[in-house]
Design a protein around this ligand. Structure first.
Ligand code: ATP
Length: 311
């Protein structure tokens, strides 16, 4: 199989005057969970529809295991997807929904009970899907995506509507899919959802990928070797550190942010010059900091006051 996973290259798409995709490019590799994150309207769902051949583009290519989705002979054996968990027949049971899907797509019906068990729906599988909670619908949608045992999975906002237990389950589940060697793409507009789940991130804004990197690399780049220093002798400490080539800024009372020197060197200099301090620590950015920094210019509108999520 050539180029396993998904490779998206230079997608451009307009809806009337609105530019939905403006050079979207990234790849999704086997064995890792790739988080696909960005603010509302950034182009995540449109990209996923394009990958599935549901939307046409003016330019660019989207390949699944080296081919456009439409050219795959048994597409569900290549890519499983969850785009809209609400799309099911309300009077059918979860199990018969999956049996219907399996038969419609020429897949073996025996697989249905396996995937039901895998997503933890066995006890409710014979109940009408119309009565399922959104979290249960997400599980059913994932079961459907797994029917063809595909090496690549693409899930749009799978955490939506999940309670805290469901979120914990989903994180472990996505990790287990990647551990089996599958390529997993998961979209979310909340960084906190993909935290502790994604190995790599594709951060999108205004129809293009702003960053594509390992989570650890993104955090390291954003932390920028800054050091937090707590001291009651701010002026003295600043003189000493600036003399040694550092840049010093005041952040909160009794604390300074030092750039340009490692934490060990800062502590040594202050010790030599007998400057009292209570803490010297390397500043570490959170994934949320990285996300906000990257997408600052890409959000469609800014709230006037901080929201719960950004506090
Ligand atoms: N069917 C459509 N008709 C017109 N404009 C559309 C359509 N679908 C998407 N758009 C526009 O394209 C842009 C990208 O939308 P898209 O839904 O792909 O973003 P998203 O990142 O998935 O956002 P969200 O997190 O809100 O789902 C937005 O400006 C959106 O308004």
């Amino acid at each position: 199989m050539s180029a396993p996973g998904i490779v998206v290259d230079g997608l451009h798409k307009r809806y009337g005057r609105a530019l939905a995709l403006d050079g979207m490019s990234f790849s999704v590799r086997p064995g890792v969970v790739t988080g696909f994150v960005g603010p509302n309207g950034a182009g995540k769902s449109t990209t996923m529809r394009v990958i599935l051949g549901l939307d046409a583009v003016e330019a660019g290519t989207a390949l699944v295991n080296g081919k456009p989705y439409r050219d795959l002979r048994h597409p569900l054996n290549h890519l499983g997807s969850l785009l809209d968990a609400a799309a099911l027949h309300p009077t059918r049971s979860g199990r018969s929904h999956l049996l219907w899907l399996a038969h419609a797509q020429g897949l073996n019906g025996r697989r249905v009970d396996e995937v039901i068990e895998r997503v933890g729906l066995t006890s409710v599988a014979r109940r009408k899907a119309g009565g399922y909670s959104l979290g249960m619908r997400q599980r059913l949608g994932i079961a459907a995506a797994l029917l063809g045992d595909p090496p690549t999975l693409m899930l749009d906002e799978p955490f939506n509507g999940m309670d805290p237990d469901g979120i914990v389950w989903m994180r472990a589940f996505l990790r287990s899919l990647a551990a089996e060697g599958r390529a997993v793409l998961v979209s979310s507009h909340l960084m906190s959802e993909v935290q502790d789940t994604a190995d790599r991130l594709v951060v999108v804004g205004r129809g293009r990928a702003i960053a594509e990197a390992a989570v650890a690399d993104l955090i390291a780049a954003s932390s920028g070797n800054r050091v937090l220093l707590r001291t009651t002798a701010g002026a003295h400490a600043t003189r000493v550190l600036v003399h040694a080539g550092a840049t010093v800024a005041t952040t909160v009372p009794d604390a300074l942010t030092v750039s340009g020197l490692p934490a060990v060197r800062v502590a040594a200099l202050l010790g030599e010059q007998r400057v009292p301090f209570s803490e010297v620590s390397a500043h570490r950015a959170t994934l949320e900091d990285v996300y906000l920094e990257l997408t600052r210019d890409a959000v469609e509108f800014h709230a006037a006051t901080p929201t719960e999520a950004s506090r």
